[in-house]
Design a protein around this ligand. Structure first.
Ligand code: HEC
Ligand code: HEC
Length: 402
């Protein structure tokens, strides 16, 4: 009894010290008033998370620095990404306040969705399967979209959207997805007092413009990186640095891999990697036709290029986190990876634009006829590409209190 009485003043003292330390911390980054404003709706850290993406050669961060004037006024990328994170999960970005970007791009599914098609703000379905946003190196470094000189691929299944700012604008204004008018977006955002604080921190602006909204979304999306899969970790440990192995190149032995995973990787490199690179390469190929059908209901890239050679041509997705982001293909037709392997094994169709890499010498579809052991090996390799832990980091999660 006596002892605990003695402890009380000590306890009070340490609480006071702790409290002063906290409020000093707060005032260093956000003023007490600003943090109070933010905390009405959001659970944010007192100092922003670090959103820097560590890229492995040959990528560099220079490639992903957005070149917009709004971004030039940026003081701190972490503040812009924090703003982007709030926007990403803000349901005020949809007409009837029912969904956010995060409704169709969920961290637990590699920032895709587990449904074939996603429900828009009025329950209407999207016409294509949601694409995962958690790919290994951030989008722009992979695709080089902000550097026209090196731009190799575009966004969306039909390979048509030049950058994430534009893709965000399309989602916000789509009559199926979020249904807002462009002016409405700016008003919706600026009428919420938390954005005044976030805008000032991120851009030194008192209000957000349309461009600064999309820039912040872009910086946040670009910060999502699934580069700690087992494959990446083992590859790093191997010290192996190259693009994808070309034919005849020696394929590295990955020390920490089980034999079955190594076999799967070798099969993958022989048959799949020329389109879907998993090594450190910009993109092996950005779009193509993989013979899902003889006639495509969705014409893909030709819908906007109007070129017959683009009929049935779709984006070739990165396969990091592929085990998380099913269902698969532009229309989500395959529920499981097993079905995907069955398709490549037996089901490739003779479409007129079927990519050469999936044809035999006589032009017929190359059906890989994988043996049961090969299927199993491919499956286990594809599972080494999962980095769920990075997807579930607090800094990418929904910050809204309700
Ligand atoms: C109603 C569901 C839905 C909402 C809401 C939504 N998306 Fe998407 N998103 C999709 C679908 C479906 C696709 C694939 C569309 C296509 O390719 O035609 C996609 C594609 C993308 C892509 C392209 C990825 C790639 O690899 O090419 C990006 C980037 C993206 N969305 C970001 C966003 C952002 C940012 C927001 C919020 C402003 C958002 N999305 C809101 C469903 C949605
Ligand atoms: C000619 C290039 C090419 C080759 C070779 C190729 N693919 Fe694909 N792959 C594609 C295209 C194109 C798509 C998207 C097709 C669509 O949705 O219309 C795709 C889609 C996929 C998807 C679904 C991705 C998603 O996010 O939904 C998986 C998984 C996949 N391929 C695995 C493989 C495997 C395993 C191999 C080797 C056995 C392979 N691919 C070989 C072009 C290729």
């Amino acid at each position: 009894m006596k002892r605990s009485i003695l402890y009380i003043p000590g306890l009070i003292l340490s609480l006071m010290v702790l409290f002063t330390a906290c409020s000093e911390d707060l005032s260093e980054y956000y003023s007490v008033e600003d943090f109070r404003t933010l905390s009405k709706n959001l659970e944010l850290p007192t100092v922003p998370y670090n959103y820097a993406v560590k890229l492995k050669p040959p990528f560099s961060l220079d490639i992903i620095a957005p070149t917009t004037s709004a971004h030039n006024r940026t003081r701190n990328r972490d503040d812009v990404a924090t703003l982007g994170r709030v926007l990403f999960y803000d349901k005020a970005l949809s007409k009837n306040y029912t969904l956010s970007c995060g409704s169709c791009h969920k961290p637990e599914f590699g920032f895709a969705e587990a449904e074939r098609f996603s429900k828009g703000f009025e329950g209407k379905l999207t016409t294509r399967n949601s694409l995962p946003l958690g790919n290994v190196v951030s989008f722009e470094s992979s695709y080089g979209t902000s550097n026209p000189g090196t731009q190799t691929a575009k966004f969306a299944w039909d390979d048509n959207t030049s950058n994430i700012k534009r893709q965000s604008m399309l989602a916000v204004t789509s009559p199926i997805e979020m249904g807002l008018k462009r002016e409405e977006l700016v008003h919706r955002v600026n009428e919420q007092e938390m954005y005044a604080v976030l805008a000032r921190k991120a851009f030194g602006l008192s209000e957000l413009s349309e461009l600064s909204i999309y820039t912040a979304l872009e910086v946040f999306v670009n910060s999502i990186s699934a580069s700690h899969s087992r494959f990446d970790q083992q590859l790093d440990a191997t010290g192996f640095r190259m693009t994808y192995p070309a034919e005849g190149d020696e394929i590295p032995v990955i020390n920490g891999f089980e034999e079955i995973e190594q076999n799967g990787m070798e099969l993958f490199n022989r048959n799949c990697a020329s389109c879907h690179s998993t090594f450190h390469k910009l993109v092996a190929q950005s779009a193509g036709n993989n013979g899902l059908d003889e006639e495509y209901a969705d014409k893909g890239k030709s819908l906007f290029t109007k070129l017959d050679k683009h009929d049935g041509v779709f984006k070739i997705p990165f396969l990091r986190n592929i085990a998380l982001s099913g269902p698969y293909m532009h229309d989500g037709r395959f529920a499981t990876l097993e079905e995907v392997i069955d398709f490549y094994s037996e089901g490739i169709q003779p479409h007129k634009n079927l990519d050469e890499k999936l044809r035999n010498e006589d032009g017929t579809p190359k059906r890989f006829q994988f043996t049961p052991a090969e299927r199993e090996a491919l499956m286990s390799y594809l599972h080494t590409l999962t980095d769920e832990k990075s997807m579930m980091l607090e800094k990418y999660s929904d910050p809204f209190l309700n």
